[in-house]
Write a protein of this length. Sequence first.
Length: 183
Amino acid sequence: MKKIFAIIVAVVLVFVFAACKQDASPAGDSVQTEATAQVELPNPVVAVDGSADFEPLGFTITAPQGAENASYSIISDSIAQIDFTLDGRAYTYRAAQTDEDISGVYETFDETEQSIDLDAADFSVSITMRTIGGGENGALATWSLDGVMYSMYSPDASDFDSISDVALLAAYADLPFPACSDF
């Protein structure tokens, strides 16, 4: 008898809560309102033609030499982004004037990380590299200089060597290393 009473109470509560939910929004408005709200939101990603379009942000970044299928965009008026492929892997290269994480990668990284230090006459930069799932699920490299944070991410299988190769190509192209000269 107690089991039947408990089942009846549970069924009644389900109907009561379902009725309350229906009364909370006017009939026919909920779907239209949600769709309208989504349409009215501005897109924080704006496609641009190339690296020159990043200059108003106070810095520029370029796709590494050999990159294919590069597409350029600015996120939320502050983050420069280049998506490209290189050696069969997809990459996202970002930069912004901030000291916060701009990578957009919300994964659990492996405990082991590696760093490469780049030293020039006027600056020193440390590139930190982390893998996801032992590299099977991608890798991320980050570095910063003069208030600009950089990130290079690949969701494709990547080890420390492959992410560092691409991060170094980008860093050498975009950081103010002195031009090589003949002796």
